[in-house]
Design a protein around this ligand. Sequence first.
Ligand code: ADP
Length: 396
Amino acid sequence: MKILVVNAGSSSLKYQLFDMDTNEVLAKGLCERIGIDGSVTHKRPDKPDYKANVDFPDHRAAIECVLALLTDKEKGVIASVEEISAVGHRFAHGGEKLRASAVLGADEIKYLESIVGLNPLHGPPAISGFKACKEVMPNVNHVGVFDTSYYSDMEDYAYIYPIPYELYEKHKIRRYGFHGTSHRYVAGKAAELLGNKNAKIITCHLGNGSSITATVNGKAVDTSMGFTPQDGVPMGTRSGAIDPTVVTYIQKAEGLTAEEADKVLNKEAGLYGVSGISSDCRDIREAAANGNYRAKLAMKILCHNIKKIVGSYVAEMNGVDAVVFTAGIGENDRDLRQEVCKEMSFLGIEIDEAYNQNCPRGEIADLSAKGAKVKTFVIPTNEEYMIALDTQNLTK
Ligand code: ADP
């Protein structure tokens, strides 16, 4: 069974074609600058990357280009579009109603359109991407996989904010959580490694956007991102959790509109805001190694906040069996893992620091020190595979 996974953004469309019988990615790529001019990068494991400028007035033009490339005699990997059994679409937000991955019909799309206000950046392009794919491939099932659905079983006290309850009822202001597909994938892998489906697992997805999730019995019980992906640990350019009054104070002190204050906290804060150098962890590490105070401070703030959330989730779950690091920073920044896991032995979290510094990249690694009560893993995330798997399970 071959499944196409599509992740449509406002001006981009990423794709991967999976062979689910062999668990292989046959081809993948990225259409960029949709609605501006257009370029495509198409990758096959056995050939050099193909890059070209192609006019992409809209998402439909991009998906048509993807299908042409996938079926191309030289660059392609399938003889015809008929070989694609189903398409999986990534959606950041499924609201309160789309509580699990689902085959997308008229009702689901109507609901997704009704909640774009909750998700103004990702919602509209994801819906346009889906509609374009449905037009071009009307005869196969299209499945929606929602980042938020992993959090659908959280208790009300974990997702209701202590603000007037009417604001939840009226505007659906609550914790939704994000990156759920990644957390579900790595928590599932960790449970497999532990040989315990009921394990208590803390997954740290640390990338450009970062979130931490607590999972018990395969279900998320709490997560650091909230109503939007702004909550939780500091990120590339997002502040993460701060005293909410800072927002209105900045507005008054700097004479900013609500939108401008929002921009400060979303685009000018986090690692970038503190370091003043970059939102990219590698640049900050380099500056810190050269003695830059604000770069060092940015990394310390990040580690401090990760530690705080990990500790609070151990308390919430009354213990933990495994801590997992994933995504760009979690998989690659060895010093950050060491710093976060330092002085956590009273919780049973202890890593083999030498192995942490030397373990191979891009693979699962067990960093736990000998005899540590809690396992610490690096598990490379694979959201696209999770989307393909859900799509297969719902359509086969
Ligand atoms: P996104 O949220 O955009 O998917 P990624 O998961 O790709 O982001 O993570 C991007 C982050 O990972 C960047 O801050 C980048 O600096 C960091 N990163 C990637 N490689 C390394 C590395 N070798 N050391 C430290 N950080 C790294």
